[in-house]
Write a protein that binds this ligand. Structure first.
Ligand SMILES: Nc1ncnc2c1ncn2[C@@H]1O[C@H](COP(=O)(O)OP(=O)(O)OP(=O)(O)O)[C@@H](O)[C@H]1O
Length: 363
């Protein structure tokens, strides 16, 4: 992602912010003035106080959408509104600093010559000194850095800098906070902790927020709602569990987790697959594909009665579980998630069974 790195661009709120508002994006199209479109009539709604993740592969248009919401570029068509206030639309393009949108950039983008406290206070114009100090202290407390106001940004860790960036974005009580891949520069151990702290701070502030990420685990674990973007359109928007258990199509299924996608023939709540019959929705009918998650597949030692069998090609042990890859003549390579320590090794033969309900996608 190209990102937003100019610190002053990251403090787009105003001190007279009116608090969180819902975000409504309708039919937004963007082509950067060239022939081929980057966003194709994109629709997205985020409720007031909700944390939404915009998730998609590289080049799908996430940064472009973020720039449009922030006001750095104007859409070719469509409308962006915060609450009942249109901020981009036909004949309307409110300047970034007047939108009441705070931004947390990929790498904090703090002002290097200002102390932590002065960074946080930067957007609090038009308020008295005492109020500014109180709000700054409140925001530093919110992100767990109450004692760090006098430090300079270079005296902080990457994770602490991101917390300061969030405190700075929240200080003016923006209508909306945009988080632009804010955990990108951090190692994975730090990411998980910071993720939940930032989520808690956003909740405590009651902020409406949009988190842009290409990391599906980050989106599913952090957000109230996830919009999966594919080629400039919302492929599916829903709660994390909806996306995982009821993906709109096999592409979404594979993007938001490991998926086993099999050709199938459905009727009467059952679909016949190369792994045997699986349950599907009662109205599923005819040819199509089913999507199963690797934890819906089980492995057992081969016996004379075993049905479908495969040869283990790889075992990826993750501590709490293991992903086991198998080559099955009828299906090709599939993935099975087994709890605990794996009982199978590469080269072993195993019997495979499917259980639970699969999603069915008609041909
Ligand atoms: N300033 C620009 N002018 C012209 N085209 C651009 C510009 N910025 C981005 N694009 C194009 O728009 C498309 C979407 O880019 P965008 O940066 O929005 O994707 P992204 O989903 O954020 O990707 P990534 O995760 O890799 O950053 C790409 O094809 C890109 O080449």
């Amino acid at each position: 992602m190209t990102g937003v790195t100019d610190p002053s661009a990251s403090v787009a709120g105003t001190s007279s912010g009116e608090g969180p508002a819902g975000l409504s994006i309708r039919g937004v199209t963007s082509s950067y003035g060239r022939g081929d479109r980057v966003l194709h009539g994109l629709d997205l709604t985020v409720g007031a106080g909700e944390l939404a993740a915009v998730l998609g592969p590289s080049g799908c248009g996430k940064t472009t959408l973020l720039r449009i919401i922030a006001g750095f570029i104007a859409p070719d068509a469509g409308e962006v509104a915060l609450g009942d206030r249109v901020i981009s639309g036909p004949g309307i393009q409110i300047a970034p600093e007047r939108r009441g949108v705070g931004i947390v950039a990929q790498e904090g983008a703090l002002f290097p010559h200002l102390s932590v406290a002065r960074n946080v206070a930067f957007g609090l114009t038009g308020t008295g000194r005492a109020e500014r100090r109180a709000r700054t202290a409140e925001m530093l407390g919110l992100v767990g850095l109450a004692e760090y106001g006098d430090r300079m940004p270079h005296e902080l860790s990457g994770g602490q800098q991101q917390r300061v960036a969030l405190a700075r974005a929240l200080a003016p009580r923006p209508a909306l906070v945009l988080l632009d891949e804010p955990f990108n520069a951090l190692d994975s151990a730090l990411r998980a902790g910071l993720r939940s702290d930032i989520r808690a701070a956003l909740r405590a502030a009651g902020a409406t927020a949009v988190l842009v990420t290409h990391d599906q685990e980050e989106a599913l674990s952090c957000a109230d709602r996830v919009a999966v973007i594919r080629d400039g359109r919302v492929a599916q928007c829903g709660r994390p569990d909806e996306l995982y258990t009821a993906p709109a199509d096999p592409w979404v299924a594979s993007f938001v987790g490991e998926a086993v996608v099999l050709p199938a023939q459905a009727t009467g709540g059952r679909a016949e697959t190369a792994l045997g019959p699986v349950s599907v929705a009662a109205d599923a009918k005819g040819p199509g594909t089913v999507v199963l998650r690797p934890e819906q597949l089980g492995l057992a030692p081969v016996t004379a009665d075993s049905g479908v069998r495969g040869r283990v090609t790889e075992v990826r042990y993750h501590g709490h579980d293991a992903l086991i890859l198998l080559d099955i003549p009828e299906t090709g390579r599939i993935m099975v998630r087994a709890p605990g320590a794996p009982e199978f090794r590469p080269g072993d033969e195993a019997a495979v069974t499917a259980s639970g309900t699969a999603t069915f996608h008609p041909a």
